[in-house]
Design a protein around this ligand. Structure first.
Ligand SMILES: [Zn+2]
Length: 644
């Protein structure tokens, strides 16, 4: 007896299956019966396929429980995120071994892919094209070959990736080329085109991957905060929509069109929707991953990124179903892993799913030797590139000094910015928490410590009054209002009991505002009185050359593009300029990133003597001295071997 049934995996286990050219499945009780049938009847296929519906139903009802109970699929979904170019177990910036790398992730993947009875999906949540000089080199220096990072991702067999803000930061030429070099989809449903194709996704919105008969749909999104940080020409032709609204649009489309067994979110966006003073109601919230998991029913798992933190928790969505929220930290030191077990429910023909999450420390794995040899010539090229000497520093400079007041580190940036532009004033901040450039020869790699990000340099128009507001905003975030010499100088984060909060990630106490927002100004003489409340601390006495500073005059200010687009709120909340007005204030912009010009500037001079301008001070001076010594211990006194 033979009859068609509808459960192919199960049938394979229990009988002899034949699938005809019309995809009808025919099962035989014995091999003999199958052979006889094949010999005699190619013509009978149609008749057999037309076996009565009743027989088909009986077949399923009688046989399913035995066959289908055996059908269990285990999936491991592995997420990397915010890898920032950490391909190799080597820190090209600081010329030393690194802790994590894709070479080590590859070893872990091999182990998991070799295990019987499970399937592995590999996902990335964005921000890989900025960070280590490996990616800078293939973004901007060696562009006539396929990008190393694309080759690496293809080699590792990623199934999907989301686009990150730092990937967009590289500019159209880089990310448009890169998108075409990937063997898998690069996703960002909420990055949509403007103009003629308005509303169409610029990248792909989602993808569907099938493993062991299980359909997995992956919806990708990017943080919509990009216009706050990046110049408009970098993302021209695109806008970034609210993540919750975008998910509300796409989840029903995916469910209807694809009917996936598992729906996964892959978001380059953080978990804390309240970050930076935002709320759950803020439109286009920068960190909306948890909000989407909660508010938009349908997801089984949401993978997050952007905030460089490890996450593993569940939320209940609007339908009362549990959604796992998972995130790896940065620089390929760990991966976030979701293990999904699916059992086929024969009656409803759906899968019963159990989902668990874990974080796997990748630093304990050896780099995969085949990976290393495959990409060894890329490694050698980048090492030669970063090892090129460009000049000599007569003094060491460090961002540690820059956290407490005037510093040679930031004043060198000011000096270069003022000479690159014809600005009257310059604003700059330490972009790294703990970066030192030693006295002696300076190499290309040191430029990544001097200037961490690929910002452009703008010259903007600001009134004296706006300059004052700008500085008040910066020092409000930077310094605490001191009550005496034994109080803290820095504005540390505090818990509800008022205690400082230790961060295992930075091995230090947490600061309320990140140091890349600690702007000071060159071209002016001023003091910052930390005994006074925020907004009343900055007293400007004159321009640096002693000529009067006037609140109603207009000044040309050198400012990086992150700040010039509103990043940190210095120009918007501080100077009080509407976000929409900022582009009109830009007089000029560099074409390449600031680090490029800094490198040229040092190369031209050969020998650089870093110095301070002596143009601003924190008062009362004795409070400042006592407090900066103490706070220095809190920031840098611990084990500093693991900071970024
Ligand atoms: Zn990142």
């Amino acid at each position: 007896m033979a009859f068609p049934v509808g459960c192919v995996e199960a049938v394979k286990l229990a009988g002899f299956l034949f699938i005809d050219k019309n995809s009808n499945w025919i099962i035989f009780d014995s091999m003999k019966e199958l052979k006889q049938w094949r010999q005699t009847t190619l013509m009978k296929i149609r008749n057999l396929a037309a076996v009565s519906l009743l027989t088909a139903i009986l077949a399923c009802v009688f046989c399913s429980p035995v066959w289908l109970g055996a059908q269990t699929v285990t999936l491991k979904l592995v997420e990397t995120t915010d890898v920032h170019g950490t391909v190799f177990p080597y820190d090209f910036i600081n010329d030393r071994d690194g802790r994590g790398s894709l070479a080590q992730v590859t070893t872990y993947l091999k182990q998991e892919r070799n295990k019987d009875g499970q399937q592995v999906l590999l996902l990335d949540a964005g921000d890989f094209l900025q960070g280590q000089p490996v990616v800078y080199y293939y973004n901007f220096e060696k562009t006539d070959v396929s990008h190393l990072y694309a080759r690496v991702m293809n080699y590792m067999k990623y199934d999907a990736a989301a686009v990150g803000n730092h990937d967009i930061e590289t500019g159209h030429a880089v990310y448009d080329k890169f998108a075409g070099e990937l063997d898998f989809p690069w996703l960002a449903a909420n990055a949509v085109r403007t103009g003629a194709e308005a509303g169409e996704s610029y990248f792909k919105p989602y993808t569907v991957v099938e493993k062991s008969g299980v359909k997995i749909a992956i919806l990708g999104m990017i943080t919509p905060g990009i216009p706050m940080w990046l110049p408009a020409q970098i993302w021209s032709g695109m806008e970034y929509l609210d993540m919750v609204e975008t998910a509300r649009k796409w989840v029903p489309i995916i469910q209807q069109k694809e009917q996936p067994d598992l729906l996964v979110g892959l978001f380059h966006s953080g978990v804390d929707e309240n970050y930076g003073g935002a709320t759950a109601e803020t439109p286009r919230n920068e960190n909306a991953s948890r909000l989407v998991a909660e508010k938009v029913p349908g997801f089984d798992i949401v993978f997050v990124g952007h905030d460089h933190q490890q996450w593993n928790f569940t939320v209940n969505n609007a339908d009362g179903k549990q959604v796992l929220v998972l995130g790896a930290s940065a620089h390929a030191r760990n991966v976030a892993v979701a293990t999904v077990t699916l059992e086929r429910d024969s009656l409803t023909r759906t899968w019963r799913k159990t989902v668990t999450g874990e974080s796997v420390d990748v630093s304990r794995f050896e780099p995969d030797s085949i990976f290393m040899s495959t990409f060894s010539s890329d490694f050698d090229q980048v090492k030669a590139y970063v090892g090129r000497p460009i000049g000599i520093f007569t003094e060491a400079i460090s961002t540690q000094e820059a956290m407490f007041g005037e510093s040679r580190f930031v004043d060198l940036i000011h000096q270069i910015q003022l000479q690159l532009t014809d600005a009257d004033l310059s604003v700059a901040a330490p972009l790294s928490f703990d970066a030192t450039l030693e006295k002696g020869p300076v190499y290309v790699r040191d430029m990544f410590n001097l200037y961490k990000f690929e910002n452009l340099l703008y010259t903007m128009r600001l009134t004296g009054r706006e300059v004052k507001g700008y500085l008040e905003h910066s020092y409000e975030g930077w310094f605490h209002q001191m009550t005496g010499a034994d109080d803290h100088l820095l504005n540390f984060s505090r818990d509800q009991a008022g205690e400082l909060i230790w961060s295992d990630r930075s091995r230090s106490y947490q600061l309320a505002v990140p140091m890349f927002n600690y702007d000071c100004m060159a071209g002016l003489k001023y003091t910052v009185d930390v005994s006074k409340p925020a907004g009343e601390r900055v007293a400007i006495s004159s321009m640096a050359d002693g000529t009067p500073f006037r609140l109603d005059a207009t000044y040309k200010v050198a400012v990086n593009s992150y700040r010039g687009n509103g990043g940190g709120g210095h120009l918007t909340q501080g100077a009080g300029i509407a976000k929409s007005e900022l582009p009109d204030r830009v007089i000029s912009s560099t074409e390449k990133d600031l680090r490029y010009y800094m490198m040229k500037w040092i190369e031209k001079r050969e020998t650089v003597t870093p110095t301070t301008f002596g143009n601003w001070q924190v008062v009362p001076q004795d409070w400042w001295q006592a407090a900066s010594r103490r706070d220095f211990e809190l920031l840098y006194g611990g084990d500093r071997t693991t900071t970024n």
